[in-house]
Design a protein around this ligand. Structure first.
Ligand code: PFF
Length: 457
């Protein structure tokens, strides 16, 4: 994290009292830290596995380019123009009427995602902490352990996030993330190479590269689109909030495009890390949220120094998850600090506690003690997938859609364009296309997809 939002050290040109990234690179690192996380390495592969492989990846790439990138530029520019959290940003432009609800939805979604994200992040932490034990006893993380450890590691991860956002370690984590994220990339490449060398791996490569178009239906399109929102940290004001700490001199287009490109690269690489191994090891691609925990330990076991590699990998993945949960909690915290004038410490502790309360049912469900085991709500099996469906499939795209409408009807795309062009003059040539996407393509497309999924025909 490169902003000094605790200390109130203002940078040049931004609102006094608010923090600011020390450089454009600082923004890119923090925003990439937010974007790259479990979404890329845990959710993207299992979603690809459940939705038909190469065809899903193709739709995903289209969603990233056609919706993700335009909305990314919009969120960053609205944040920088207003220098506020999601609620404050909307209110700064239109205080009256229902528009502020978009901001409240963003805050709520932040808490909702945190509540189940920290369950998986806790699982990663637990794998790191007792890697040897788990692989030796052959116990996989899920149902063998009961709910206790799942809740403990979940609460621990929320605690870590709270500590970082509270301010103490911001500079520390920034410095570490700079070293650890490239290390994660190197490690992913090593694991990918090992997986590709397993006998039978090429079948997985073929499955990834040869799209089976018969697999593409509305469900796949919705899943790809919401995965794009989730992976790029869009639709709930995270990029808006991070953009609010960006200096007026930084090029929004360059920064935003870098983050999108890097995040997409990591997701696709994660696909190549997992699926050749899935096929070589005779695993089920559609195994769901447990996929990486079932496949990766087997690949590590086939590597020299496998136990160490496994531990190191889960450690690095935990750090990547932490830079994402930090951004989720930062959005919520920025709202309480800016709008309600709570101290940063009080906001962070209260919201950490709220996350724990909200997340306990998900932690129970993850451990196999599902409070919704026997009821199907909105077509979802179990509480965990219901949470994922509500916050990721619905709330994020809805947030993105509403933001496009707000920008088109209230803020005005002229004002948005001015904000972007002021530090990226060459964007003027593309502004027309961008406005067309924000005004028509993104909202119409998102609305159609949400409706087809929600209103059963
Ligand atoms: N982008 C993160 C990931 O891929 O793991 C998850 C996330 C972070 C989603 C922040 C939304 C957000 F606002």
């Amino acid at each position: 994290m490169m902003y000094a939002s605790t200390g109130g050290t203002a940078g040049t040109g931004n609102a006094p009292g608010r923090g600011q990234w020390s450089s454009g690179l600082g923004f890119i690192l923090a925003a990439a830290g937010s974007a790259v996380g479990l979404g890329n390495i845990w959710r993207f592969p299992y979603s690809t596995g459940e939705n038909g492989g190469g065809a899903f990846i193709l739709v995903y790439l289209v969603a990233v380019a056609a919706i993700g990138l335009p909305v990314m530029l919009l969120e960053i520019s609205l944040g920088r123009a207003t220098q506020k959290n999601p609620v404050g940003a909307i209110a700064a432009i239109r205080a009256k009427g229902p528009w502020k609800l978009i901001g409240y939805l963003a805050i709520l979604t932040g808490l909702g995602i945190l509540s189940f994200y920290c369950v998986i992040a806790g699982e990663v932490l637990a794998w790191f902490a007792d890697y040897g034990q788990r692989t030796v006893t052959g116990t996989s993380m899920l149902h063998g352990f009961g709910a206790g450890p799942s809740i403990v590691s979940f609460v621990l991860f929320v605690g870590l996030t709270v500590l970082v956002v509270a301010g103490g370690v911001q500079r520390g984590i920034e410095r570490w993330a700079k070293i650890l994220m490239p290390l994660l990339l190197v490690m992913m490449i090593a694991v990918t190479v090992r997986g590709l060398l397993l006998p039978g791996a090429m079948e997985g490569v073929r499955w990834l590269l040869m799209p089976d178009f018969s697999k593409i239906g509305w469900k796949v399109v919705l899943e790809a689109m919401s995965q794009a929102f989730f992976s790029l940290s869009l639709g709930m004001g995270a990029m808006l909030t991070y953009g609010s700490y960006l200096s007026k001199h930084q090029n929004i287009v360059a920064c935003g495009t870098w983050v999108v490109a890097f995040d997409t690269l990591i997701a696709v690489l994660a696909g190549f890390m997992i699926f050749p191994a899935v096929f070589a090891l005779g695993q089920e691609p559609g195994a769901g949220p447990t996929l990486i925990f079932e496949v990766l330990p087997k690949v590590f076991a086939a590597m020299p120094g496998g136990a160490f590699m496994g531990m190191a990998f889960f450690f690095l993945l935990g750090v990547a998850a932490l830079t994402s949960t930090v951004s989720l909690l930062e959005v919520v915290t920025a709202y309480f600090v800016d709008e309600l004038h709570w101290s940063r410490r009080k906001s962070v502790v209260a919201m950490g506690a709220a996350t724990v309360v909200l997340g306990i049912p998900s932690a129970l469900a993850w451990a196999g003690v599902d409070p919704l085991a026997t009821v199907r709500i909105l077509g979802q099996d179990g509480l965990f997938s219901l949470m994922d469906f509500l916050w990721v499939n619905i709330s994020l795209p809805l947030g993105g859609l509403l933001l496009c409408v707000f920008a088109s009807l209230v803020w005005g795309l002229d004002a948005a364009t001015r904000e972007i062009v002021s530090s990226a003059p060459r964007f003027a040539a593309f502004a027309g296309i961008w406005r067309f996407f924000i005004r028509y393509v993104c909202p119409v497309f998102i609305a159609i997809i949400l409706l087809t999924r929600l209103v059963p025909v």
